[in-house]
Design a protein around this ligand. Sequence first.
Ligand code: CP
Ligand code: NVA
Length: 321
Amino acid sequence: MKPTSFLQIPDLSTDQLSDLLEAAAALKAARGKEGDQPLRGQTWALLFHKSSTRTRVSFEVGINELGGHAMILDQNRMQTGRGESIADTAKVLSRYLHGLIIRTYEHSIVEEFAREGSVPVINALTDALHPCQVVSDLFTLAERWGKPGELLSSLKGRKIVFYGDCGSNMAHSWILGGAMAGMEVVLCGPGEHRPHPQVDEWLQRAGLGRHYRFTTDPLEAAAEGDVLYTDVWVSMGDDEERDQRLRRMQPYQINTSVVECARPEVLFLHCLPAHPGEEVSERIYRGPHSIVFDQAENRLHAQKAILALLGKSATLPNSAS
Ligand code: CP
Ligand code: NVA
């Protein structure tokens, strides 16, 4: 079965997640060579209500490399800005486009686009989730630890520790993605920033169980860690809480003391953009454990794999309901 939209990682079956990692590896190896163009003749639009560097550019490049046409929609020039409903917008755009990639605030907005429209919707980040980032991160780890044909299984049993805002889109996506990959997920941050209970509902609905734990102790959390991960302490939309967040998060910086508690070969990941000196020390950010730029590059290969999967089922937009 093909997913029609990709709003969160459990929208994929385990086999589909495995196929995506393998496809990302194949697309990475084949980049620049003549290959299949699964989006040939298709037009995909990007609608971004929040800033983006990596996601927007890598999706646009990815669509072009897969033979499709990428259209950037300017929120300020659309009628949604003047009160047209999401439902009507989704129905109308479905008559023109083969797929829609959306970055926005409330998660319910991408759900409504997917429900009311009839073309695939890809969640390019909401306040609640950033699934494309974690699919790409799983690929980044699997290409280090596994070999083609066994990428997903190479992640099983590995321990990732996420530091900082554990109620963020990145933390939530790691809970879901880590559970699907069979990883041990530990979230570590201030008690005021625990994962949202909605994530437990999503886990339950996907039949995944509660495969993570939350702790406030940064050194205990790191023990035997294979991966240390962090994100900004002030996400887009959280600026009003800036001062109190920076104060609360201080004990959760990934620095030499934390890294020394993990496995010697531990990898440091960050979705970027980063603020070295805040959530991660300069030394760790620029040091030998850090693979953040390989990680950023892999957004392109992983997103091409997602586009190719969803693009296969996209049909010519027409008046079919
Ligand atoms: N990691 C990530 O999604 O980066 P952008 O906000 O630049 O897209
Ligand atoms: N948590 C961050 C992720 C940025 C890619 C934010 O939402 O701003």
